[in-house]
Design a protein around this ligand. Structure first.
Ligand code: SF4
Length: 332
C-alpha cells in the first residue's frame, strides 16, 4: 500500500500530508524496511558522505527551574549523568577541541546549560573558531540573546542548535516546565535572522502523537536557515522525574529519520549516538541519517556523559560501521 507513495518520493515528488501520514502509520517490519531503503536511496542520490560530530560540554550548571523532567545532564539530576557541577576552563575546552582536530573529526558541538545569556557559547566559539579548523555547532538551548547570537555569527559559528523537542505545547510544558516553547521558537528565528544555519530537532517518545510529529516537521520548514534536524529518542535517566517513562522504541526513531529524509531530501539529519545507542548507529544510517553526533575518539581528554543517555559512540567503531555500509566518513 505504501509502495506507490515511496515510488513517488524516490522520484522526487513532494508528498502531500495525507501521503506523509500514511508513512507515519507504517507498523510492520517489511514496510519499515522499504521506507528506510527509500530514505537512504534519497540521501545517497545527493551524497554518501557521513558527517561526524564530536562534543565539548561547556557547563552542566543550568538555571532552568523546575528542571526539564528528562534531564540527566544538569548538576545533581542523575547519578548516571555528570552529577557534580562543572564549568570547563579555557584550557579544558582548548585541549578537547585540539584532540578532536587531531583525531580528524571535522565538527564539534559545544553545549551547556542556561543562565549565561550566551556568554558561555561566545567564549567557546572564540576558542574553537580562533584556534582550530573545526566546524562548530553551538547548543545552549534558548539561552541566547540577540547580541550573543550576532556575536556567534561574527565568529563564523557554522550552526546554532535550538531543539523545540515537541511543538505540541501541552507536551512541551509537561516535560520542560521551566521553559516556554515560544522562547525556543524566538531563538530559532533569532538564529535565522543572524544568518547562521539553524539546527532544530525532535525528542521522540515523550507522549506526542504521529500528528504532533508531522506537524512539528512541517513547522520547521518556516525557518529559512534550517540546515539540520536532530532526531532524538527519549531514554530515561536514573533519578529523574521520567526515570520510569519507557524509552523510545528504535523502530519509531528509524521511521522518523526516514520520513524526515523524505520530507527534507538534502538536509543534515543528526542522530546522537547516546540517544540511538551506539550499537544501533548502523540502522540510523540505513534509514537516511547523514550526521552522527557525540562521536568520541580515544585521545579525548575529558569524561563524557552523553546528553539523553550516559553512553556515546567511539570514533573507530562508528567509522567501521559507516565504511561497512559503503558510505564515506567525512574527515577534517
Ligand atoms: S535539559 Fe538543558 S535546559 Fe533543561 S534542565 Fe537540563 S540542562 Fe537545563
Amino acid at each position: 500500500m505504501i509502495d506507490e507513495i515511496l515510488k513517488r518520493a524516490e522520484n522526487g515528488k513532494k508528498l502531500d500530508n495525507e501521503e506523509l501520514f500514511q508513512l507515519f502509520s507504517v507498523n510492520n517490519a517489511e514496510d519499515l524496511k522499504k521506507l528506510c531503503e527509500t530514505a537512504s536511496n534519497i540521501r545517497n542520490k545527493y551524497s554518501k558522505t557521513i558527517k561526524l560530530t564530536s562534543t565539548v560540554h561547556i557547563t552542566n550548571k543550568c538555571q532552568v527551574q523546575p528542571r526539564c523532567k528528562y534531564c540527566g545532564f544538569a548538576a545533581k539530576t542523575s547519578r548516571d549523568g555528570y552529577y557534580n557541577a562543572f564549568y570547563k576552563t579555557d584550557d579544558e575546552i582548548r585541549q578537547a577541541a585540539k584532540s578532536i582536530e587531531e583525531a580528524r573529526v571535522p565538527r564539534v558541538s559545544c553545549s551547556g546549560g542556561h543562565g549565561y545569556k550566551g556568554k558561555q557559547a561566545v567564549h567557546a566559539a572564540e576558542i574553537v573558531k580562533g584556534e582550530t579548523n573545526l566546524e562548530l555547532l553551538i547548543n545552549v538551548g534558548a539561552d541566547l540573546t540577540e547580541n550573543s547570537t550576532n556575536k556567534l555569527a561574527e565568529l563564523n559559528t557554522d550552526t546554532v542548535c535550538c531543539n523545540l523537542e515537541s511543538t505540541n505545547e501541552a507536551i512541551f510544558n509537561n516535560v520542560k516546565p521551566g521553559e516556554t516553547l515560544q522562547d525556543r521558537i524566538d531563538v530559532c528565528n533569532q538564529v535565522c535572522d543572524a544568518g547562521i544555519e539553524l539546527s532544530s530537532g525532535l525528542l521522540l517518545g515523550i507522549g506526542e502523537s504521529d500528528e504532533d510529529r508531522l506537524n512539528h516537521l512541517l513547522f520547521l520548514n518556516q525557518f529559512k536557515t534550517l540546515g539540520e534536524i536532530p532526531i532524538m529518542g527519549f531514554n530515561p535517566y536514573k533519578d529523574t522525574p521520567m526515570e520510569n517513562h519507557p524509552a523510545c522504541p528504535l523502530d519509531l526513531q528509524l521511521k522518523m529519520v526516514a520520513i524526515t529524509r523524505i520530507m527534507y531530501p538534502k538536509i543534515r539529519i543528526t542522530v546522537p549516538t547516546p540517544t540511538i545507542g551506539p550499537k544501533n548507529v548502523e540502522y540510523s544510517l540505513n534509514a537516511g541519517a547523514n550526521n552522527l553526533a557525540t562521536v568520541i575518539a580515544k585521545n579525548y581528554p575529558l569524561e563524557v556523559k552523553g546528553v539523553g543517555s550516559p553512553t556515546y559512540g567511539n570514533l573507530e567503531e562508528v567509522v567501521s560501521v559507516i565504511e561497512s555500509l559503503g558510505l564515506t566518513p567525512q574527515y577534517l
